[in-house]
Design a binder for this molecule. Structure first.
Ligand code: MLT
Length: 264
């Protein structure tokens, strides 16, 4: 899909046919983090994996607020026929919750992966400031190794090919975009009041070993969303879509197949 965003072109990679499913990436990554999941899902769905502003196919300047990312996602949704499923991983989940709060007309289902609804506390804000200082002086390389250790479970860290793929994804992000992501996450709105108002079927998924958005936090989020489904992914930490693409794709496919049937 081709779009214009803030006066610059945006190319959204897509594959497959059927009801549309939009997959939104996290920090410090881009849409390619979904490749394994997207290949699998595209057997049944039209899968779109946008790059949020400031990276990959989206040439526009990076967003310093999650609401700007939500505006970008709204523009993609507005170009898609009903029904649309929207899945957000971690920072992508923060943006997806902002979209959900606006209840766009064609949004029919949500998936929230390894993410959370609350805003940043004082300790979290201080950690964002440290990371901002690190990327300002050393670019993506300054945060890459620590992020890899936080994103992946011990088993995944032993998979050299996976670690190398994650490292390549991180190292190709530019410092200005990472800094904007960190500012956006530091200032993100608290969406806990949005959860009980979500009126579309929602799947909450989390890696059993996720230490960034823990299973306990994910379960609380699921309990606050009326009628939601809660799934844990074994042998995975935070980066479930890259650590366990088959299990994540199966869970998303089962969920979206049940709720995205075109209206008769
Ligand atoms: C992400 O995976 O998008 C980030 O680690 C989320 C965060 O740091 O809050």
């Amino acid at each position: 899909m081709e779009l214009a965003w803030k006066g610059r072109p945006a190319h959204v990679r897509e594959m497959g046919q059927g009801p549309a499913v939009v997959l939104v990436h996290g920090y410090p990554l881009d849409g390619a983090m979904w490749s394994g999941v997207a290949r699998n899902l595209s057997e049944h769905f039209r899968v779109l994996k946008p790059d949020l502003p400031g990276r990959g196919g989206t040439a526009a300047p990076p967003s310093v607020r999650l609401e700007d990312c939500a505006d970008f996602l709204d523009t993609i949704l507005a170009a898609l026929p009903e029904p649309v499923g929207l899945a957000g991983f971690s920072m992508g989940g923060y943006a997806v919750l902002s979209v959900a709060a606006r209840a766009p007309r064609n949004l029919r289902a949500l998936a929230l992966l390894d993410t959370r609804a609350d805003g940043e506390d004082a300790a979290g804000r201080a950690r964002r400031d440290e990371a901002i200082a690190a990327v300002r002086s050393g670019g993506a390389a300054a945060i890459a190794e620590e992020m890899i250790r936080r994103l992946l479970a011990p088993d995944s860290l032993r998979n050299r090919e996976l670690v190398e793929r994650v490292r390549r994804l991180i190292l190709r992000q530019n410092a200005e975009t990472l800094e904007a992501d960190l500012e956006a996450m530091r200032e993100r709105p608290d969406q806990t009041a949005t959860l009980p108002r979500i009126a579309v079927p929602t799947l909450v998924m989390v890696g059993e070993e996720d230490a960034i958005s823990t299973p306990a936090e994910a379960r609380r989020m699921a309990e606050a969303i009326p009628g939601s489904t809660f799934v844990t992914i074994p042998a995975a930490a935070h980066l479930t879509p890259m650590e366990r693409p088959g299990a994540v794709a199966d869970a998303l496919a089962d969920f979206f197949a049940g709720v995205l049937a075109p209206r008769a």
